[in-house]
Design a protein around this ligand. Structure first.
Ligand code: PMP
Length: 460
């Protein structure tokens, strides 16, 4: 493998000449040059200069089983030799596809036994919108066409996914030269530390959930198709709802016959110490989105789980005019199933629940308690957000355009840790295979980055 400064320079020149990067300021990229990651093993990746980096973000919240899994490469190679592709359209499918669907039925919550396949979280959420509209039509309630999401919710980048997402306050995803599609509405994010005021977390959970009921009543329940939310909002800054919130959301959805759609793209496959975030919060979704951890990012694949009510309607509703060439791609399905086997055989869900998750939360929680730059630690399992504060004593947040978090991210990178900056918060989401020793390293480097950032901002 080539490494070194010349190699990096050449790659950066080509990158600059030909690549359009997602979620990236093109001008800043030219000044800084891209980080080029060329290899991975366990919880570490190496850049093209040969620097070893602890990947505190599991790639992009996805490499749950860690890097370098030869067994997944072997499964992919075997399937490619046997049958690299066949489609699921019309009345066809392939053995790995059927096998994955059956395997998913074993690990998803009871009652969610029917799956539709796509290639990304965005496509899965787009599929949900189209399929749910079709469902309500078949059910004889064609006016149920409106969807409710939340501020700072992230559900992907396609037009429908962006419309149901609520990233307007952070990245202005609703202003890229287009308006959001009609029929999409948003309620506030359940962030007690920021919005709770004098309310107890329990009271705030109720009032944040009541926003959903108010919105349903405003639109008319007969017009509302579904509510969609991430168990813990990831890309919005790891926003963990206070206890009781999800139960209340479930009650309101049931009362008004509004489908409860839970986006498990980040929280699914063990991240919170349960197979799915809905189980962590003790609720029963009607529809569930899965991607990322489904294959640990080894190949692009996503899936939507539907309950039997929706499945039966879809089956009896004539032709479902929706799908992708690569829906149920046999190689991706084979790899996803082998990935689920790894999660199960290595007990990664239990380990996250009982060992690494509690330790991670203790260590990161201690940093939040001790560090003058941090106001709040959020998250559960192996998912954490640290809220950076201008002045935590007076609960003064940094201005929205503050560079503090980016500075912290860059310092962490220089010290060998990949973490992510989201607005004015730092985010961590390491592989589920992380050890206690690696958590210690992650914590040490996080403190180093926070110290350097606090110094620049004169925070003691
Ligand atoms: N939903 C959630 C909760 C996500 O975090 C993401 C990606 N970060 C998506 C959907 C979109 O997934 P993709 O990037 O694979 O389209």
């Amino acid at each position: 493998m080539s490494i070194g400064h010349n190699y990096t320079r050449e790659l950066r020149q080509l990158d600059d000449r030909h690549n359009i990067h997602p979620f990236c300021d093109g001008k800043q990229l030219i000044e800084r040059g891209s980080t080029i990651i060329s290899r991975g093993e366990g919880c570490y990746v190496w850049d093209s200069d040969g620097n070893r980096l602890l990947d505190g973000m599991a790639g992009l919240w996805c490499v749950n089983v860690g890097y370098g899994r030869n067994e997944l490469a072997d499964v992919a190679a075997k399937q490619m030799r046997e049958l690299p592709f066949y489609n699921m359209f019309f009345q066809s499918t392939t053995p790995p596809q059927i096998s994955l669907a059956a395997r998913l039925a074993e690990v998803t919550p009871d009652g969610l036994d029917h799956f539709f396949f796509a290639n990304s979280g965005s496509e899965a959420n787009d599929s949900i919108i189209r399929m749910v509209l079709h469902f309500w039509k078949v059910e004889g309630q064609p006016t149920k066409r409106h969807f409710i999401g939340r501020n700072l919710g992230y559900h992907g980048s396609t037009m429908a996914a962006v419309s149901i997402g609520g990233m307007k306050p952070m990245q202005d995803m609703h202003a890229a030269g287009h308006e959001i599609l009609p029929g999409f509405h948003h309620i506030g994010e359940p962030h007690w530390y920021r919005h709770g005021g004098d309310q107890s977390p329990e009271d705030f959970a109720k009032s944040a959930a009541a926003e959903l009921e108010d919105k349903i009543i405003e639109l008319g329940a007969e017009n509302v198709a579904g509510f969609i939310g991430e168990p813990i909002q990831g890309a919005g800054g790891v926003i963990e709802p206070p206890a009781g919130y999800w139960k209340e959301i479930e009650r309101i959805c049931r009362k008004h016959d509004v489908l409860m759609i839970v986006d498990e793209v980040i929280c699914g496959f063990g991240r919170l110490g349960e197979w799915f975030g809905a189980q962590y919060y003790g609720v029963q979704p009607d529809v569930m989105t899965m991607a990322k951890g489904l294959s640990s990012g080894y190949l692009p694949i996503s899936a939507v789980a539907f309950n039997s009510r929706i499945n039966e309607a879809l089956r009896s509703g004539g032709v479902l005019s929706h799908g992708y060439t690569y829906s149920g791609h046999p190689v991706a399905c084979a790899v996803a199933e082998a990935n689920i086997d790894i999660i199960e055989n290595e007990g990664l869900v239990e380990r996250t629940r009982e060992e690494t998750g509690p330790y991670f939360n203790e260590v990161i929680g201690q940093i939040a308690a001790d560090h003058p730059l941090v106001g709040e630690k959020r998250g559960a399992g192996l998912l954490a957000g640290l809220q950076l504060m201008q002045d935590r004593g007076s609960k003064t947040f940094f201005e929205a355009g503050s560079t503090a978090a980016i500075q912290c991210r860059e310092t962490a990178l220089e010290n060998g840790l990949i973490m992510r900056a989201v607005g004015t918060a730092m985010v961590l989401c390491p592989p589920l295979t992380i050890t206690r020793g690696e958590i210690d390293e992650l914590a040490e480097k996080t403190v180093m980055a926070l110290d350097a950032t606090a110094k620049v901002h004169g925070i003691k």
